[in-house]
Design a protein around this ligand. Structure first.
Ligand code: ATP
Length: 140
């Protein structure tokens, strides 16, 4: 059977659809490390962690920050259901900086292990947003 030449990418959060397009490659932050997908990939279901995702159409890459959710990979489709996702250009940098500072303070101040874990994940979200915001759409 011939390999598909493109991937149909669907990316949705509980509030909105962020992408529904034909792409050449996708990279996602799985909980166990980054997952790279090209057309023809083996079917896969994975949990998303917190971090940067990108997809490529030709030589153009689009960067997003995602946090939590699932990804289903089929040979010709990638379906991402993420709890939150923001395109690089939509990220409010001052908000992410403020969230980073709050999370750092909460990490130091928290006495309960549950609060430490919440602060740790909030810090990861803020760092991912700041890293992603520094990426514009790139070519090559
Ligand atoms: P904050 O403390 O600033 O609200 P947070 O990490 O607690 O940050 P989330 O609960 O992950 O925020 O997200 C709530 C909503 O706000 C989501 O729709 C998310 O996409 C959006 N969001 C959060 N931070 C930013 C940001 N810096 N820029 C743009 N959208 C953001």
């Amino acid at each position: 059977m011939a390999l598909p030449s493109k991937l149909s990418l669907e990316l949705v959060t509980p509030d909105r659809a962020l992408a529904h397009e034909a792409v050449d490659e996708v990279q996602l932050p799985g909980v166990d490390g980054y997952i790279g997908v090209l057309p023809g990939h083996t079917p896969l279901l994975a949990l998303l962690g917190v971090g940067q995702m990108w997809y490529r159409r030709g030589t153009e890459k689009t960067f997003l920050s995602v946090a939590g959710g699932t990804v289903e990979v089929l040979p010709d489709r990638v379906i991402v259901l993420s709890l939150t996702a923001e395109r690089a250009e939509d990220i409010d940098i001052m908000r992410a900086e403020a969230a980073r500072k709050r999370a750092e303070q909460a990490l130091v101040k928290s006495a309960r292990i549950e609060d430490v874990e919440l602060a740790r994940i909030a810090l990861l979200r803020a760092i991912s947003r700041l890293n992603t915001a520094s990426k514009a759409r790139t070519r090559g």
